[in-house]
Design a protein around this ligand. Structure first.
Ligand SMILES: [Ca+2]
Ligand SMILES: [Ca+2]
Ligand SMILES: [Ca+2]
Length: 300
């Protein structure tokens, strides 16, 4: 898109925004336009040490339905507090109150809590509201990153998590590659009874997504979770990470379809962030992406 058109579109957004204030005074129903996310549509984390956790995790024990879990996530994000996605495959879906346009360069950012040695990468997916019903019921496109296309990157990786039969126990899992393991229970740090989401009614559930090869290791003193080059959330990337605000920046032009082919999208309306590593770092527990904000960069 050329600069002139970009100016026109942004001009429209700004005018739309300011006229809204006037319209609101006149009791118009014209919606405001905000740079940041406007709604959480789904919050389905994998099991993890912060799930159902009442202190750092901020749960209060009432999150027993999908709707109440979404309300929890919205409250956390409104206050720029971390929402944990748990282990591999856990995800959150948010929407914007306007089209997030694909202009040259980066288009939107996802805020996490990465720092040097603590990257918990998530794959970011985008969706355009093609049927214009305001719901994320269209097609998800993965945003390619530095690990896309590598032999060790597994697409359609699926992990099934099993509800523990008793409190204060690890959560067992199996994957579609013939492996099994568990999300460890770490009572010393996170003593809630269950790391399995309280609002998931089924006794097991399966999460499917793109899996990156784990890079975590113990250097003899600490567990290190190294960064990946680019294209992931909650990642201390040398390319797309902005230390101030701990944001990773994303370009809609990196969208690919299920076959890995590039897809041209002029704008998107929904963003899904999904934890992309299945690994444990000893006493630190499972690698689990945190997110705390989503922003359209075209407003800056
Ligand atoms: Ca772009
Ligand atoms: Ca739709
Ligand atoms: Ca993190």
């Amino acid at each position: 898109m050329n600069k002139f058109f970009r100016g026109l579109v942004l001009g429209f957004l700004v005018v739309g925004s300011s006229s809204c204030i006037i319209d609101e005074e006149n009791s118009s129903t014209q919606p405001a336009v905000h740079a940041e996310w406007s709604k959480v549509f789904e919050y389905t984390p994998a099991p993890g040490q912060f799930i159902n956790e009442k202190t750092i995790g901020g749960f209060d024990g009432t999150e027993v339905t999908l709707e109440l879990a979404v309300a929890y996530a919205e409250k956390r994000l409104t206050n720029y507090l971390d929402v944990s996605l748990g282990g591999f495959g856990g995800y959150i879906v948010v929407g914007f109150d306007h089209n997030v346009f694909n202009f040259p360069g980066y288009d939107f950012s996802v805020r996490g809590n990465a720092f040097d040695g603590s990257s918990e990468p998530a794959v970011v997916w985008v969706m355009k509201d093609e049927n214009e019903n305001g719901q994320p019921d269209d097609t998800w496109y993965e945003l390619a990153g530095s690990e896309s296309g590598k032999a060790e990157t597994i697409q359609n990786y699926a992990v099934t998590y099993y509800r523990p039969s008793a409190p204060k126990a690890a959560v067992k899992w199996t994957d579609n590659q013939g492996n099994s393991g568990e999300i460890g229970y770490i009572e010393a740090y996170h003593g809630q009874d269950y790391y399995y989401p309280a609002w998931i009614q089924e006794d097991s559930y399966t999460l499917t997504g793109t899996c990156l090869q784990a890079r975590n290791y113990n250097d003899g003193v600490n567990w290190i979770n190294p960064c990946y080059d680019w294209g992931y959330a909650d990642n201390f990337s040398p390319t797309d990470f902005v230390a101030k605000g701990k944001n990773n920046k994303f370009d809609i032009s990196n969208a690919i379809d299920a076959g890995g082919e590039s897809v041209e999208l002029d704008y998107v309306n929904f963003v899904k962030v999904q934890c992309a590593v299945n690994a444990q770092s000893g006493h630190l527990g499972e690698l689990s992406t945190e997110v705390s904000g989503f922003k359209d960069l075209n407003f800056e």
